[in-house]
Write a protein that binds this ligand. Sequence first.
Ligand code: PEP
Ligand code: MG
Length: 539
Amino acid sequence: MITCTGKIVYKGVTMGKILVLKKDGDQIKRIRITDTQAELSRLEKSIEQSQKQLQNLYDKAVKEVGEASAAIFEVHQMMMEDEDYLEAIHNMIENESVNAEFAVAVTGDNFSEMFASMDDAYMQARSADIKDISNRIVRNLSGKGDDDFMGEEPVILVAEDLSPSETVQMDKDKILAFVTKGGSANSHTAILARMMNIPALVGVDMDLDQLKSGMVAAVDSTVGEVIFEPNSEQCLTIMAKMKEQEEQQKLLETLKGKDNVTKSGKHIHIYANIGAVNDVGYVLENDAGGIGLFRSEFLYLGREDFPTEEEQFQAYKKVAQMMAEKKVIIRTLDIGADKQADYFQLGKEDNPAMGYRAIRICLSEPEIFKTQLRALLRASVYGNINIMYPMIISSEEVDRIKEIVAEAAKELDALGVAYKIPEQGIMIETPAAVMISDELAKKVDFFSIGTNDLTQYTLAIDRQNNRLDSFYNAHHKAVMKMIQMVVENAHAAGIWVGVCGELGADTELTETFVNMGMDELSVAPSMVLKLRNIIRNMD
Ligand code: PEP
Ligand code: MG
C-alpha cells in the first residue's frame, strides 16, 4: 500500500486499475547479436504489431474526433512502410550485428534530425512523427506493449505530466481518474479533466518507478489522496464514499430544469465551458443554460495542419444546432503558451505566456483569423452564436478586429454565402483590459472575465508553474477588486458581464459573485448543478 497526496483539480472518488504512462526516456542498450535472421524477424513482428495498433487508433479516432484529426495515425502507418527508413534499420542489424531496438532507435534519431534540419515546415513537423513511430516499434520489441487506450476496462491514468494535446486525444469513457506527478491546477490539462467530469490530482508525490500498470488504486480527490494497492479496509471506505457521491449526484439531478434563482428572486445565468463539439453532451446532460466559453483552439490541437473553414463551420454549426436557441459563446483561437500546434511554427519564446499568442496571432496573421471568422459568421445562421475575443489589451485591437470581421463578411458577400454577424464580446483577462474596461465596454456587446489569465498576470505567477503554489492566492484582493471594477464598468455601459475562468466554479465565491451583480458564470459542465444548488439556497 502506497499513499500519496497531490493538489485537487476535480473532486471525486473512484477505484480501479492504473495505467502508467511513461515517456520513452529509457536508454536503449546496444547489444551484439549473433542470429541476424532472428533479429530481423523480431523486427518484422513488432512492425506488424505497431501497424495494427495504429489501425485501431485510426478507427477509434475517426469515430470520436473525425477523419481530419485521425489522419495522423494514417501518416504514421505510411511512414512505417517507408523504404529508406526500413532499409536503414535492416542494414544496421545486418552490417553491425546490433539488436533491433538499438537499430530502430538510432535510425529514428537520425531521420528525425534530418527532418528537423529541413527548410520545409511540413518536413520539419515529420521529425516528431518519426520519433513517435520508432518509439512505438521499440516498445513493441521490448514487450512493453501499447500505451494506447485499447483496453475495454476504464483505468486510472498515472503519468509524469500530460500536455493538453495528449489529453484532448484521450478516450474520456476509458478514464476513471487522472493522477499526475507534475502539472498545476490551472493548466489546460486540469481544465480538460474538470470538463470531462473526471476526478483528477496533479503534483502528486509519487515515484513512477514503483508503480506498474494493472495495480489497483483508490483515488479520493475530495481530500487530495491516492492510495496504490489499498488494503481491504481502505477499499471499503472508498466504496462507501463512492456510494455517497452517487447519492449526492442523484440529489443534484433533481435540480435539472429548475431556475438559478436566489430565495430573494435574483437570477443568474449558469453556462458551461467546452473544448470540443462532443462536449455538448455534457452541457445538455448537466442542464447548463448555454455555452459560455467554447475554447475553439482545441479544434486546432492534436492535428497536422490548420482546420479548414468548412471543417470549422461544420463544428460550430453542429454545436449551435445541438444547443437549439441557447447562447453559444465561441472564443476565437487562443493558441500559444501551453497550447501548441507544430504547424503554427510559433517558435521558442522566453516568456510564452506573455508572448505571441491568441488575438496577437490573429491580428498578425489575418488570413488565419478570417478563416475562423468566416466559419463563425456562416454558422451563426444556425443558432445563437456569440463570438468572443481573447487576450485583449487595447481599444485599437477591438477596432482592428471589427475591420477584419467586416472584411470576412465582405468575402462571404462576394461568394453569395449566407451569414449573420452575431453579438461580439471580449475576454477581460489582462490587467490592461480591466483598467480600460470603461472604454472597452462601449465597443462590445459583453465581457467575460478570464480569471485564470487575469490572476496569472496580476500576481505575476505563471499558471503552469507549481513551484509557486505557496505564493498563489486565488482569492487575492487585487483580483477580486478588479472583478468588481469590471462588473461596474460593464453595467454602466449597459452590457452584461460574466466569469468564464476557473474561479467562476469556486463554490466559496458563488455568493460573492451574485452579490457583485455578475450576470453569468460559465463553468465546467459538471459544476453547473452544484452552483445551482448554492444559488437556490442563497437568501
Ligand atoms: C482564462 O484565462 O480565465 C480563460 C478562461 O481562458 P483560458 O483558461 O483558456 O486561458
Ligand atoms: Mg485565458
